[in-house]
Design a protein around this ligand. Structure first.
Ligand code: GMT
Length: 384
């Protein structure tokens, strides 16, 4: 199959997942065409059957906000025509589902490939709810021949808040490459991240307000009082300065490392003893899954779809949003009890392998593509 994939190339779960999916599909013999405004951050090096079509955008002084949505529509349209795509798969509804719909309309009487939209999170739970986006997001989701959501939670929220009829959304969870995301890698960065042999607490995100990274610093300070531990913060975003400032105020800045954005998080997660995720909303929590695959138990807030990923009391602990004390205690319990830690570490790895591995999830996408393609409606005309 020739598959067109549109995603945000920037640091974030939806772009990471879309890229991993495209690369894995190519490994399985499909042809992947990424259509994006830059090279997706997890796509490096030459890969057979993988192509990148960059969205060209003309700068013009009149445009304070260049119309990216239109430029993307043209890029998708041109790629469909030139490459003869069998399917278009867009990740994150805004504005990708809309651009793809416009692209297919531009084909006029020609039959176009079906459009699959994967909902990832804030496209539905936050940004998509804003009055300036709600109606167009709803329209574009419903015009997609296939709609997937990364968790049951996200499916239910979409049905409720966007009036998507039951049965139209297929839940296909995110997946992890368990051969790459694993413990005990060589070379290991443990000695440079924790030169004193301390335990390593790790967080990976884009540091947006939804991630509540300041809470992580407070939880860490509580743990640090009782255990020799270092905090490794991977990623970057608007709340990084606030987190750094809080670390200084609490006197723990010396034990907090802000690494910035890293594409190879697998190398870093392989050294984590504990992963921490304090989002107040999380449709899935891809970074938590990648940590579990590396044998790092997860401590986090019980928010949205993360409960479908982290088995509470088996592979980690999920506490109420904002309960810094409970998160601190849970983390300490795991760090101080080697036997419990080993049990949780093993259970998390098993969960990743059995439920979320490439071999388990990728065929679900292949089957769904086949289903959507066989649905009879060529191109864009299918309506809810
Ligand atoms: O929705 C977002 O915040 C953006 C997106 C991203 O690109 O980082 O994250 C979402 O998609 C990920 C991949 O499916 C999920 O693992 C994250 O849980 C989800 N983020 C939120 O729901 C906050």
């Amino acid at each position: 199959m020739k598959i067109g994939i549109t995603c945000y190339p920037t640091y974030g779960g939806s772009g990471a997942m879309a890229t991993e999916l495209g690369l894995k599909l190519a490994e399985r013999g499909h042809e992947t065409h990424f259509i994006s405004y830059a090279q997706p951050f997890r796509f490096d090096g030459f890969k057979e059957r993988v192509y990148l079509h960059e969205v060209e955008m003309e700068q013009y002084p009149l445009f304070e906000h260049p119309p990216y949505t239109l430029a993307l529509a043209v890029a998708i349209h041109d790629t469909v025509v030139r490459e003869g795509l069998d399917i278009i798969h867009v990740h994150y509804a805004i504005p990708h589902a809309t651009s793809a719909w416009v692209a297919l309309q531009m084909l006029e009487d020609q039959a176009g490939p079906p459009l699959v939209t994967t909902l990832h999170g804030t496209d539905v739970t936050l940004v998509g709810l804003h009055p300036s986006f709600h109606e167009i997001t709803r329209f574009s989701i419903l015009r997609s021949q296939g709609i997937t959501a990364v968790s049951n939670y996200l499916k239910e929220v979409t049905e409720r808040d966007f009036g998507v009829p039951e049965g139209r959304i297929r839940v296909i969870p995110n997946f992890v490459d368990t051969t790459r995301f694993k413990r005990d890698r060589d070379p290991c960065h443990r000695s440079s991240l924790a030169p004193g042999g301390e335990k390593i607490l790790m967080h990976v995100s884009n540091f947006r307000p939804v991630k509540r990274v300041v809470d992580i610093i407070e939880i860490f300070a509580g743990i640090r009082r009782k255990e020799p531990v270092r905090l490794v913060m991977v990623g970057d975003g608007p709340d990084r300065p606030k987190a750094a400032e809080r670390a200084k105020e609490l006197g723990v800045a010396g034990d907090v490392v802000f690494l910035g954005k890293h594409a190879s998080v697998d190398e870093l997660l392989a050294c984590a003893d504990l992963f921490i995720m304090t989002s107040d909303s999380e449709s899935f929590g891809l970074a938590a899954l990648e940590a579990l695959s590396c044998g790092a138990p997860v401590v986090g807030y019980r928010a949205g779809g993360i409960t479908e990923v982290v088995a509470h009391g088996e592979a980690g602990y999920l506490v109420p949003v904002g309960d810094i004390e409970a998160a601190t205690e849970s983390a300490l319990m795991l760090l101080q009890d080697g036997k419990q830690w080993a049990r949780f570490s093993e259970a998390g790895r098993a969960l990743a392998v059995e439920r979320f591995s490439v071999d388990r999830v990728l065929p679900e996408y292949e089957r769904y593509y086949a289903e959507v393609r066989g649905s009879g409606e060529p191109g864009v005309r299918a309506v809810s």
